[in-house]
Design a protein around this ligand. Structure first.
Ligand code: HXC
Ligand code: NAP
Length: 267
């Protein structure tokens, strides 16, 4: 089920927006009439996303930029704003992840994920500030449940996304007076995505167990997350700022119990 709000002529920029959840968010805004800009590292991904957005009839702009490169992020915003004007809504969702226990992880492995997820988020939000339509702009960070719930083999992502949550809250404080709202979405396991493939989908038994672990008994869809992003960017959310919102079928609430239950079942 898709939500339809009117963003006709609004400029929505999605960083890390060329694949997966973030690309689904970009497509949802395009369906609602927005002018959509997407950016990521890989030319191939940028070209494919741009072609797909244009084929659905959207006014779209695609830019190559690595969130770890502060100057390149600024140049990406300048190019998009030249095309579509000041940014009404920004989604910051570039991220990297892999499963690795802390005692097997290299310092560079830890640093890479913190650089992309946390430092990259700062670079995106900091460079966006000058290009936002104020008052009224909506900033949406994409975080993850491991920011609040400890998970094995996730030291890098858990530390980085916890930082993203606090960045969300601090910027909501600092930029509220400019009429900028800053919120974060924390998706649960979203079927058909790279994150799901890397972290959740292994054996059929593990997959079935992971599904049972979600209180609502199903994995999320990209539309579940995109609908929340549409709401957060809309006037319906005009007094909502500084919130980190789980969209996970209740999963974060119940994350410890299933693990304990499984452990208790071990002979
Ligand atoms: C251990 C690993 C590793 C692995 C990489 N490294 N993969 N260590 N296990 N599987 C180490 C490398 O050995 C290297 O350290 C360091 O990490 C950097 O690796 P590079 O490949 O040089 O880095 P880079 O090209 O910058 O790529 C970054 C990346 C990559 C994060 C490692 O996987 C990536 O680009 N990912 C983007 C796509 C992605 O991950 N999407 C899923 C997001 S899902 P050394 O010491 O050898 O130099 C998500 C949350 C999901 O964020 C939540 C679900 C509930
Ligand atoms: P994905 O398809 O791999 O999306 C990540 C995007 O970020 C890609 O478009 C990638 O494109 C871009 N990116 C990665 N590194 C970048 C960099 N250094 N600079 C610029 N762009 C970069 O993964 P996904 O699973 O849909 O995840 C999307 C978001 O949701 C992430 O923030 C993730 O943490 C969060 N999340 C996902 C899940 C899930 O179940 N999938 C659950 C919780 C949270 P390039 O490779 O072209 O750069």
């Amino acid at each position: 089920m898709r939500m339809h709000l009117d963003f006709t002529g609004r400029h929505v920029f999605v960083f890390g927006g060329t694949t997966g959840i973030n690309f689904g968010i970009a497509q949802a805004f395009a369906r609602c009439g927005a002018h959509v800009s997407v950016a990521s590292r890989t030319r191939e991904n940028v070209d494919a996303a741009l072609a797909a957005l244009q084929s659905q009839g959207a006014q779209a702009c695609g830019v190559c930029a690595d969130v770890r490169d502060f100057e390149a992020v600024g140049a990406a915003f300048a190019e998009a704003v030249q095309r579509f004007g000041p940014i009404d809504a920004l989604v910051s969702g570039a991220a990297g992840n892999f499963l690795c226990p802390a005692n097997a992880m290299s310092a560079n492995g830890f640093r890479s994920v913190v650089d992309i997820d946390l430092i990259g988020s700062f670079n995106v939000l900091r460079q966006a500030y000058a290009h936002l339509r104020k008052p009224g702009a909506s900033l949406i960070n994409i975080t993850a449940p491991q920011s609040m719930v400890a998970m094995r083999s996730q030291a890098h992502a858990a530390a980085a996304k916890a930082g993203v949550d606090q960045l969300t809250r601090v910027l909501a404080l600092e930029w509220g007076a400019d009429g900028i709202r800053v919120n974060a979405i924390s998706p649960g396991p979203i079927d058909g995505t790279e994150g799901f493939r890397r972290l959740i989908a292994r054996t059929p038994e593990e997959l079935a167990q992971a599904q049972r672990d979600v209180p609502m008994g199903r994995f999320g869809t990209i539309d579940d997350i995109a609908n929340l992003a549409l709401f957060l960017a809309s006037p319906h959310a005009s007094y909502l700022s500084g919130a980190v919102i789980p969209c996970d079928g209740g999963g974060a609430l119940d994350s410890v119990k299933p693990a304990l239950e499984r452990a208790a079942l071990q002979p």
